[in-house]
Write a protein that binds this ligand. Structure first.
Ligand code: PGA
Length: 243
């Protein structure tokens, strides 16, 4: 069986001015000089890609973008293409994050187009899926996630160009997390629907306290970290929990 190397990815969301971004990235890069057992990735806002890319140069911390447009270029005010992310030094793009699905009305079809765009530009797509609180309470969590996968992940995905992030919407930024049994069950359901060897990250209130338990699960190939990725110490503590 192919070994799935764990990945700890920081999603900085809409946080950071240049000075903060540079300092945080330098701190992460410095800590990453210590031995670690996972791949590391940070996804800053687009305005910081260049600054953060410079701060990470020479480290093994990769750079990723948050979201991309499906088209390579054109009259799309405010949007950024996958090619632009790649040009700015990115190797990954987060697509289908619930904050975009829910606040920007993105559909599975949009996410699928963005995934294809990421591949076109040579990026690995991190496709986010996850149910709302109401959907979980109604016993529909798995059905919802399966249908998001079906609609968002193109058929020709490979283990090399696809990472799925399971992020229950109700766990994002709330301090709540599913039980370890629920995470295991969902990851196994996802695994049955994606190419063999593709990695599945858990995301939603991962912090230095719960990381070891979550990352110890066989089905969990890493974490997508929001709030806790804004403090190098916490981000590193999560990465360090990959043992
Ligand atoms: P959180 O965010 O770690 O702050 O819950 C995770 C995410 O939205 O990717």
């Amino acid at each position: 069986m192919t070994e799935r190397k764990r990945l700890v990815a920081g999603n900085w969301k809409m946080n950071g001015l240049r000075a903060d971004g540079r300092a945080l990235a330098r701190d992460v890069a410095a800590r990453a000089r210590e031995p670690h057992r996972c791949e590391l990735l940070v996804c800053p806002p687009a305005t910081l890609l260049e600054t953060v890319g410079e701060a990470l140069a020479g480290s093994d911390v990769a750079l990723g973008g948050q979201d991309c447009h499906s088209e390579p270029k054109g009259a799309f005010t405010g949007c950024i293409s996958a090619e632009m992310l790649r040009d700015a030094g990115c190797m990954y793009a987060i697509v289908g994050h619930s904050e975009r699905r829910h606040t920007c009305g993105e559909t599975d079809r949009d996410v699928r187009a963005k995934t294809l765009a990421a591949w076109r530009a040579g990026l690995v797509a991190i496709v986010c899926v996850g149910e709302t609180r109401a959907e979980r309470e109604a016993g529909r969590a798995e059905t919802v996630v399966e249908s998001q996968l079906l609609g968002s992940v193109p058929e020709n995905a490979t283990a090399g160009d696809l990472i799925v992030a399971y992020e229950p919407v109700w766990a994002i930024g709330t301090g709540l997390t599913p039980t370890m049994a629920d995470v295991t069950e969902m990851h196994a359901a996802i695994r049955a629907r994606i190419p063999a060897g593709a990695r599945i990250l858990y995301g939603g209130s991962v912090n230095p306290k719960n990381a070891a338990e979550i990352l110890a699960l066989n089905e969990v190939d890493g974490a997508l970290v929001g709030g806790a990725s804004l403090k190098a110490e916490d981000f590193w503590a999560i990465a360090y929990a990959c043992r």
